[in-house]
Design a protein around this ligand. Structure first.
Ligand code: KG4
Ligand code: ZN
Length: 353
């Protein structure tokens, strides 16, 4: 059993959590959505300044909520990659300072690993091997989770990440940022079969069919733009069937992701799919993947809604597992805007404390 305090500041949430293996003792999340809303997306400079404002209050609150003292905490962790460099630096510097002042080991965590571990927080028995469908604002990947820290990328998007597609389509429809949750809500009162849209298949070279695991969302986005323009011309700007458009878009995305995930899972002889990232909160995806998974006797794991989007509890959970494997990061470890998840072991120097 280990207790970890973790900091997450890779994008537009300042979050600090304390986790004991798979149990959340506290999870404080200060969202910056309001700050970035009027710009229709995250403004990096504003994000890092806001992290600086919020980091200390979040640390204090996480300690207070958890009821633990510094003596109970085994190590300090922080997201070091991928993300906005200026934002990552704020969280990592705070975490390293705490590690030095309180004389605790430090662990640098890959943000996408955190999204994978979010499912662990909901399920004490989930263990590798399994397939992870990682769907967030910046990533759309199928990752084979072989064991702790051992990953293989099976498929990805050739263009937009799926969360990004939700956000861009919301903007086309005149809906606020972030678009995912808004589209999800509006889709509930629409007909998912109202409009037929392209699922974004990716061709293999030399007309050898389609790539089974890669996806593409730019074609779907363009199809939505054309459809919206046509409907506006026909019926006027204020008469868009918004609910039907949201439902049809969401259903198309859910079908595309489900098809690829199930195919990969069966091809790799796996029986479990864990979904992670902000879009894992999507009700259309949750329902469709669950239904289709059951047809193939696959077990589907979704984190609770609050743990789908960025939070430090998932980072702390990953750190607990790594800490239990005696992995430690050097304090000289820096931040990086990008890093392939297959490279995560580079974040550690192995020691046997
Ligand atoms: O994982 P996340 O919080 O941040 C990144 O690491 O990117 O994901 C944020 C993304 C946004 O694009 C947002 O629109 C999307 O997740 N999202 C959703 C839903 N909730 C959040 N997309 C679809 N349906 C939702 N319910
Ligand atoms: Zn994320």
């Amino acid at each position: 059993m280990s207790v970890i305090l973790a900091v997450e500041s890779s994008c537009d949430e300042t979050s600090v959590a304390i986790v004991k293996n798979r149990n959340i003792l506290s999870n404080v999340i200060a969202s910056q959505i309001k700050l970035h809303e009027k710009y229709g997306g995250v403004v990096p400079e504003l994000a890092s300044r806001q992290h600086l404002e919020m980091i200390n209050p979040c640390i204090d609150k996480a300690l207070e909520d958890s009821g633990v003292s510094w003596a109970d905490i085994d190590a300090i962790a922080a997201t070091v990659t991928p993300g906005l460099v200026g934002s990552l630096i704020v969280g990592v510097t705070a975490a390293k300072t705490l590690a030095m002042v309180h004389n605790k080991p430090f662990l640098g965590i890959h943000h996408l690993e955190g999204h994978i571990y979010a499912s662990y927080l909901n399920d004490p028995d989930l263990e590798p091997p399994f397939l992870c469908l990682l769907v967030s604002g910046g990533h759309t990947s199928l990752i084979q989770v072989k064991s702790s820290g051992i990953y293989e990328n099976i498929g990805s998007t050739r263009d937009d990440a799926v969360g990004e597609a939700f956000d861009k389509v919301a903007r086309l429809l005149g809906l606020p940022y972030p678009g995912g949750p808004v589209i999800d809500t509006l889709a509930k009162s629409g007909n998912p079969k109202a409009f037929k849209l392209p699922e974004g298949r990716v061709s293999l070279p030399n007309n050898q069919g389609f790539h089974p695991y890669d996806s593409s969302f730019s074609g779907l986005k363009t199809a939505m733009l054309r459809l919206i323009t046509k409907l506006k011309e026909e019926n006027g700007d204020d008469n868009l069937p918004i609910a039907d458009l949201c439902a049809s878009f969401q259903f198309t995305v859910a079908k595309a992701l489900t098809k690829r995930s199930i195919r990969a899972c069966l091809d790799l002889n796996l029986t479990k799919i864990a979904v992670g990232g902000g879009v894992a909160a999507n009700s259309g995806l949750r329902q469709h993947l669950q239904e289709e998974g059951e047809k193939h006797n696959l077990q589907i794991f979704f984190p609770p809604l609050k743990l789908c989007t960025d939070n430090a509890a998932m980072i702390a959970c990953a750190a607990c597992d790594h800490f239990n494997h005696h992995w430690r990061s050097p304090l000289s470890l820096g931040v990086a805007s990008r890093m392939n998840i297959e490279q995560v072991r580079k974040l550690y120097q192995e020691t046997t404390i």
